[in-house]
Ligand binder design. Structure first.
Ligand code: BV8
Length: 279
């Protein structure tokens, strides 16, 4: 399809979406939702964020624990950093919160396509029953073998001395994306942002790390409406169509109720409006 046609189609879609924010037709063509989450959504579950005053990067230098160079320089230090976070994640006090559960409910109930892209390496979305999830920065409870690239579950401390379940090599690293490394699932995420996203929502992220920090703009450039749900304004707040500030456990359930109420109602109207076809 030539450039011109593509632009006019995007333009056409853009007009009707912008005029009627969030309302883009009921039922089968209910809006496609992409939700990007960051460390802020897990803060009220007891997991530290990165950049808040009591965040991880206030205690350790990124360069010493979250880069391939740091791992080459001092693997024991890097392994200890992730071992400690992995053990904390299995502390019974750390549980998914109302925001994680609300997004799992949304993925079950929303009549349109839903994708949750998380920058978090914790597994609180899954433990809340989230079925539509991509971990773009990897997962703390998984290890990757530097010898055979096998990704396997790893739930405890002691990754440095563990053997790969596939090739038995003692060459396991945390299955997380370090700075300077390519994030995971980028093609699938790009596809959603450019073709199936009518509403892009960022939850609990400072928007300081790329390429995730550019997702809102990409979605917006393809006609989506954008919403920021965060404890406080961020560097990106002005680039969102709408921003709501407060704790994720309050903002997210309220927003999910709004969306479900709106689109399930519309879907029901549509069914009512569609003349039943009697075979
Ligand atoms: C890459 C896993 C090539 C490890 C992480 C362009 C411009 C400038 C720099 C770059 C650029 N492109 C690339 C870079 C370099 C770099 C980068 O962005 N550097 C920054 C620091 C400037 N990016 C990379 O290296 C990335 N790789 O670019 O590869 C490429 C390029 C294009 C396309 C493909 C490939 C890889 C980055 C991934 C690094 N790994 N994590 C680990 O977990 O240890 S990043 C880590 O920080 C998180 O995963 C997250 O992604 C990121 C940001 O953290 P947030 O989640 O936003 O948390 P933060 O603490 O910052 O903010 C928390 C927010 O929550 C706050 O706003 C706070 O107000 C709010 N909050 C707090 N409590 C609550 C709350 N909100 C609601 N309720 C509450 N209760």
């Amino acid at each position: 399809m030539d450039q011109q046609k593509q632009q006019s189609r995007a333009q056409g879609r853009q007009e009707d979406r912008r005029e009627t924010p969030g309302i883009v037709g009921p039922g089968s063509n209910a809006p496609g939702l992409v939700i990007l989450t960051g460390a802020g959504i897990s803060r009220e579950s007891g997991l530290a964020t990165f950049r808040d005053p009591d965040g991880l990067w206030a205690k350790v230098r990124v360069e010493d624990v979250a880069t391939p160079q740091a791992f080459a320089r001092d693997p024991a230090r890097v392994q200890a950093f992730y071992d400690a976070r992995r053990v904390q994640l299995r502390d019974p006090a750390i549980q998914p919160n109302a925001a994680h559960h609300a997004l799992a409910h949304l993925a079950r109930e929303h009549p349109g396509p839903v994708l949750v892209v998380t920058q978090n390496v914790d597994d609180l979305h899954e433990r809340a029953g989230q079925s539509r999830l991509l971990h773009m920065h990897g997962e703390l409870a998984k290890a990757r073998c530097l010898n055979c690239n096998e990704v396997s579950p790893f739930e405890r401390a002691g990754l440095a001395g563990a053997s790969c379940p596939a090739c038995s090599a003692k060459a396991l690293r945390p299955h997380v994306v370090w700075f300077g490394e390519m994030p995971l699932h980028m093609d699938e995420i790009e596809c959603w942002l450019t073709s199936s996203c009518s509403l892009f929502v960022a939850v609990g992220t400072s928007g300081q790390v790329h390429p995730a920090a550019g997702f809102a703009e990409t979605a917006r450039a393809h006609g989506a409406r954008t919403l920021e749900l965060n404890l406080e304004p961020t560097e990106l707040t002005r680039s969102f169509d709408e921003a709501r500030h407060g704790p994720a456990t309050e903002l997210v359930p309220a927003w999910v109720d709004e969306v479900i109420r709106l689109h399930v109602a519309l879907a029901t109207d549509e069914q009512a409006a569609t003349p039943a076809t009697h075979d």
